[in-house]
Write a protein that binds this ligand. Structure first.
Ligand SMILES: *Cc1c(COP(=O)(O)O)cnc(C)c1O
Length: 341
């Protein structure tokens, strides 16, 4: 039996997609389902997003696109990261669209040209002569959630570089934060990930934008123990009981995706907010209790008012990292086993 349960509400995904489509204000909504839909499950999320009005799906790699193709035989699937030459045949076979940020434009596959307007990562510095199969031109914003002034500079560079293009080419630049807060970024299509999952790209309450979290993560109390005054729980003795203290041990740790930096965050034990104390272990975490509870008492790690946004503040990270760390996602690295000697 699993020691924790991740539940994905596809109704929330559908509603969030519909909400983002309205926010896109006439631009198409493309649902970003890379990294196994930010840990939510790419095939299920893709179908729910299409139901909610998304008109294309975006993944990070050709491998993700190929895996998604069986779940959505007809939908447009766009690969955001540069494809490797040895992945081209698979991309053509699965009818994926590729984003090209340098080198020659590949044949036999629809292509989006990616311009670097200030992200300083992948992207062309200027548009080459468009090939026959160029269907889109795009850029990616570095600061849509934090610095709208720089985002506007990027958008202006993008506009200036793409004015000569015909109307058949789809221009796209906005991520979730830009879709919700920068009307001039919406252009012809928006690429939304985090907001689709009901997580606020600005780290605030997603309800402010009419978004509903889709992921719930629960476990249960495995053991309750009373720490006498001066005793500790966990590695490094980072929590020492000041007076007799009850703690619940919950069988979830950083190997499950409950980050080691979450010491001090709150979870809900039988619906009551309680603090995580001591060092998060690989397979367990301790929660301080005012009084003992029974083993098996439900513990909500995300949900019931426990938000990812609150965890990100404690862990000094972003929801993207916590979500993609939850171990129900598919692996992204190939593993080889060797034996030296
Ligand atoms: C991941 C990604 C997005 C989605 O970003 P969110 O902030 O999750 O909405 C959009 N565009 C590109 C190129 C991406 O890599």
């Amino acid at each position: 039996m699993a020691r924790s349960l991740v539940t994905i509400d596809l109704g929330a995904i559908r509603d969030n997609a519909a909400r983002l489509r309205r926010a896109a204000d006439g631009a198409e909504l493309w649902a970003v389902v890379k990294a196994d839909a930010y840990g939510h499950g790419a095939a299920d999320v893709a179908r729910a997003a299409l139901d909610g009005g998304a008109t294309a799906l975006c993944v990070a790699t050709v491998g993700e696109g190929v895996a998604l193709r069986t779940a959505v035989p007809e939908a447009r699937v766009i690969v955001l990261s540069p494809a490797r030459a040895d992945d081209l045949a698979a991309a053509r076979e699965a009818r994926l669209e590729l984003c090209v940020s340098d080198g020659p434009i590949p044949d036999g596959v629809s292509v989006h040209l990616k311009l670097d307007t200030g992200m300083g990562r992948w992207g062309l510095s200027e548009l080459p002569l468009s090939g026959r199969e160029v269907v889109g031109v795009m850029t990616h914003l570095a600061t849509a959630d934090s610095d709208p002034l720089f985002a506007r500079i990027q958008l202006e560079r993008f506009r200036a570089a793409t004015t000569a293009l015909t109307d058949e080419v789809t221009r796209h630049a906005a991520n979730s934060a830009a879709t919700l807060s920068l009307p001039e970024a919406r252009l012809d299509a928006v690429r939304c990930g985090i907001a689709l999952y009901g997580v606020d790209p600005f780290g605030r309450d997603p309800g402010e934008h009419g978004l509903r979290p889709a992921l719930r993560w629960e476990s249960e109390v495995a053991l309750v123990k009373r720490l006498p005054d001066g005793e500790s729980t966990g590695y490094g003795r980072r929590f020492i009981a000041a007076g007799p203290t009850w703690v619940a041990i919950v069988p979830v740790g950083y190997a499950d995706g409950f980050a080691r930096s979450l010491t001090g965050t709150e979870v809900a034990v039988a619906g009551h907010r309680r603090q995580v104390v001591g060092t998060v272990s690989m397979d367990a975490v301790a929660v301080a209790l005012p009084a003992p509870v029974d083993p098996g008492t439900p513990v909500t790690l995300v949900g019931d008012g426990i938000t990812l946004e609150s965890h990100t503040r404690v862990a000094n990270t972003i929801a993207y990292e916590l979500l993609t760390g939850i171990r129900s996602a598919t692996p992204r690295a190939e593993r080889r086993v060797t034996s030296c000697i």
